[in-house]
Design a protein around this ligand. Structure first.
Ligand code: UDP
Length: 383
């Protein structure tokens, strides 16, 4: 007889762990407070235009992990999609990530790769040898002009604080290229599920060993009813936020419609500090193989997450890390609960990493059960 295992949250973590445990013979229940599966990856067709919407903002699948790529292709047909982002700043439209086209346009030059590399080296701040903050990383990397045009204003809007306070790791997400490659990601595998992420997650959850309850809120007091609980909700939420709230940024999406093609690309960033939005996304361009007359767009702004808002980006500054450590120390004492995913471990996670970690968490559980060892509260270190 298998265990009775509960997944709190029907996002990528809960679905991937649940599927593996169900395949291994455990009885899996998946609960989600929302009326749909797939968490923040949720996609749904707009009733008016038929466009597939990324309801909680854009999600572009990219990975170097062949195992994860094989996994998602088991449950969805992925079609080619390259993320080519533009940025409107200082009165012009540029190509992102910063590449040779961006550099030549920005400086009004016609440099070849080696010339641009040498030129940017003259712009970079060489006094910064060990960049600690986002700002230091940017100044050491591309110099002040490009930093102010593309990163400073955007980052202040996105994070609500000075880039001097943010860790360098956030900027490390973005490449700078000395060629004309304008693909935002450098991973080998990149694409979009033909029928959206929600259809993919529904298929992952479609197994006789899995029961899904939507619109169902889990109360931690119910934990006793299960042999084990995988919690993919906010770590602090499991404890009723009783030590305080871990800080997040939330997003507001002002939805608007247009006919035809409103902005000509999927993602237009806005680098200027005095333009309120961080970016505008035109969702039809996320499914370039489809044709729609109408168009739906999101004007995206970012702000501090309040108690009734949806948490998106974990802030993880010094203050948050101290509180995180307190919650983690407490959570480590749990023997029947494992905290997983972006919210459960309070980390900025891409989809592919979330899936890989969920696969690992499931294997860890199966191995622990096989050897009659306890299942740890974390299978990755949130610190
Ligand atoms: N960023 C920026 N300018 C841009 C795009 C990104 O300064 O035009 C910074 C910003 O701080 C952002 C980080 O780089 O939070 C990571 O960007 P990414 O595109 O990975 O953010 P996501 O798509 O995950 O929101």
């Amino acid at each position: 007889m298998g265990d009775r295992v509960l997944m709190v949250g029907a996002g990528l973590s809960g679905a991937v762990i649940g599927r593996r445990l169900a395949e291994a013979g455990h009885a899996v229940t998946v609960m989600d407070a929302r009326p749909h599966v797939a968490g923040n990856c949720h996609t749904e067709r707009d009733a008016e235009t038929g466009v597939m919407m990324h309801v909680y903002g854009p999600h572009i699948f990219h990975t170097d992990d062949e195992g994860v790529w094989d996994y998602v292709n088991r449950f969805a047909n992925f079609l080619p999609y390259k993320n080519r982002v533009k940025s409107t700043t200082q009165g012009q439209v540029f190509s992102l990530p910063i590449n040779l086209h961006t550099i030549n346009q920005f400086y009004g030059r016609t440099m070849r790769p080696d010339e641009a590399r040498d030129f940017i080296a003259t712009q970079a701040d060489k006094s910064i040898t060990d960049p600690q903050s986002f700002e230091e990383q940017a100044l050491a990397f591309v110099g002040r002009d490009l930093y102010e045009a593309f990163f400073k204003g955007y980052t202040e809007k996105q994070w609500g604080c000075s880039p001097t306070e943010l860790p360098a790791s956030i900027l490390k997400r973005l490449p700078v290229r000395f060629n004309y490659d304008d693909n935002y990601f450098f991973h080998r595998f990149q694409g979009m599920p033909e029928h959206g992420y929600t259809a993919m997650v529904e298929r992952i959850l479609d197994h006789p060993g899995i029961t899904v309850h939507l619109d169902t809120r889990f109360e931690p007091a119910q934990a006793e009813e299960w042999d084990h609980v995988f919690w993919s909700g906010p770590l602090d939420g499991f404890y009723g936020f009783d030590l305080g709230r871990l800080g997040y940024r939330t997003l507001d999406f002002e939805r608007f419609r247009a006919m035809g093609d409103w902005q000509g690309c999927a993602v237009m960033n806005y680098g200027d500090a005095d333009v309120p939005q961080t970016r505008i996304t035109e969702h039809k361009h996320f499914s370039p193989w489809e044709e729609h007359e109408g168009s739906v767009l999101y004007r995206e702004t970012s702000r501090e997450c309040g108690p009734d808002d949806i948490p998106y980006y974990p802030i993880r500054l010094v203050e948050e890390k101290a509180l995180l450590n307190d919650y983690v120390a407490r959570a480590r004492a749990e023997t029947k609960v494992t905290f997983v995913g972006r919210l459960g471990t309070y980390r900025y996670l891409d989809m592919d990493v979330t899936i890989r970690e969920a696969m690992t968490a499931a294997e860890t559980f199966l191995a622990a059960r096989a050897d009659a060892r306890p299942m740890p509260a974390f299978t990755v270190d949130p610190a």
